[in-house]
Design a protein around this ligand. Structure first.
Ligand code: NAD
Length: 349
């Protein structure tokens, strides 16, 4: 069987890790026809848009994509292409498994957590009103002096629809992968309307899994401390977008850093696999960064395609290379380059 997959090489260090990841995936023996699509800074320069329609069409057509990181200019310039892809394709789940591999530099052992982050709403919808705009002034008036004059305002929407489908995904994932518990995380003691609705909806969904999967709740601040002190207490964690974004990086830190943290953005019958890390532009062209996070994202992609054997062989090969420590990148305490680490993984397959 052969698959068609869209590949977005991204920018910064994206193209180097993509090249290596493709070589590693091909070495598993799984046949993939790669359809290359552009997005990010280079697409902006060449096509006048950071997210060409042809790129979205390619993902819609192939239903599966492997995406390298894309740089987002801070404060000015275009909005995040990553957020736009998730929104346009309605990729409502951001899945981030966090697992310790022997040999990775980490203060923790045996961590095996899964973050399920809501991907389409919360403060990431981009409904923002600048300081002194007509809209922000109206909202300030409506707030009965709770808001300070001349504030800029970002809107945080949470809906039953989006919460229900992401929480259900978390429970279904727990069932499928033999997990025991789902923890919902918010700051509902302060944001009673929005985060309160997230909890209310999560509790309702949890009832459908009563007796099969345990359900509990934590506040985000407490959760950060708990994860640093007792990460072994947690299993599948489901959160609204912003908390999920932050906690994903925290959990990546628990298991050895961004270089080894994979991810997937999932919608209905459509999936984009990408590392948690960004484009690390300062290392661009240096053959220095760790390709593992994108390779482990590709392992999630192989699982998604039903190539379970290739996925397990790939994970074992990555794990062995990391454990041996002979050919690993700087972040894992080695001196190997991106390409050399990729080659070492291929040799273990
Ligand atoms: P980053 O993840 O690119 O890099 C932060 C630091 O982490 C790097 O300087 C490096 O020290 C380390 N690091 C990251 N990836 C690594 C790897 N594979 N191997 C070894 N070390 C690695 O985060 P940033 O500097 O905040 O963001 C850079 C750009 O990437 C920004 O424009 C940001 O918006 C974008 N970004 C994109 C995505 C995405 O495309 N999904 C995700 C996050 C950030």
């Amino acid at each position: 069987m052969s698959y068609r997959v869209t590949v977005i090489p991204g920018d910064g260090t994206g193209p180097e890790i993509t090249e290596v990841a493709i070589r590693v995936i091909e070495a598993t023996g799984v046949k993939i026809h790669w359809e290359i699509a552009q997005a990010g800074v280079d697409a902006m320069a060449n096509e006048g848009t950071p997210l060409p329609l042809s790129t979205l069409d390619s993902i819609r057509k192939n239903k599966v994509a492997l995406k390298a990181p894309i740089t987002t200019p801070i404060g000015v310039g275009f909005r995040s292409v990553n957020v736009a892809i998730r929104k346009d394709l309605d990729l409502f789940v951001c899945l981030r498994p966090c697992k310790t591999y022997n040999g990775v530099r980490s203060k923790y052992e045996d961590i095996d957590l899964v973050i399920v982050r809501e991907n389409t709403e919360d403060l990431y919808v981009g409904v923002e009103y600048p300081q002194d705009s007509k809209e922000s002034q109206e909202i300030i008036k409506l707030s009965n002096s709770k808001l300070r004059e001349h504030s800029a305002i970002s809107v945080k929407p949470i809906s039953v629809f989006a919460t229900e489908r992401v929480v259900r995904y978390a429970f279904e994932y727990a069932l499928k992968y033999n997990r025991k518990k789902v923890t919902a995380v918010t700051k509902a003691n302060i944001m009673k309307c929005t985060d309160g609705l997230f909890y209310e909806t999560a509790r309702r969904v949890a009832k459908d899994y009563d007796g099969k999967i345990e359900y509990e709740e934590r506040l985000i601040d407490n959760m950060c401390m708990q994860l640093v002190q007792k990460p072994e207490l947690y299993d599948v964690i489901v959160l609204p977008n912003l908390y999920g974004d932050i906690l994903s990086d925290l959990c990546a830190g628990l298991v050895g850093g961004l270089g080894v943290a994979p991810g997937a953005n999932l919608g209905k019958g459509i999936a984009v696999f990408e590392a948690v890390h960004g484009s690390a532009p300062k290392y661009k062209g240096l053959n220095k960064v760790n390709p593992t996070a994108l390779i482990l994202s590709a392992k999630l992609m192989l699982e998604y395609l039903g190539e379970i054997d290739a996925a397990s062989r790939l994970e074992r090969a990555v794990s062995n290379v990391i454990m041996e420590k002979k050919c690993v990148t700087y972040d894992l305490g080695g001196t190997a380059g991106t390409k050399e680490m990729g080659q070492a993984i291929i040799e273990k397959l």
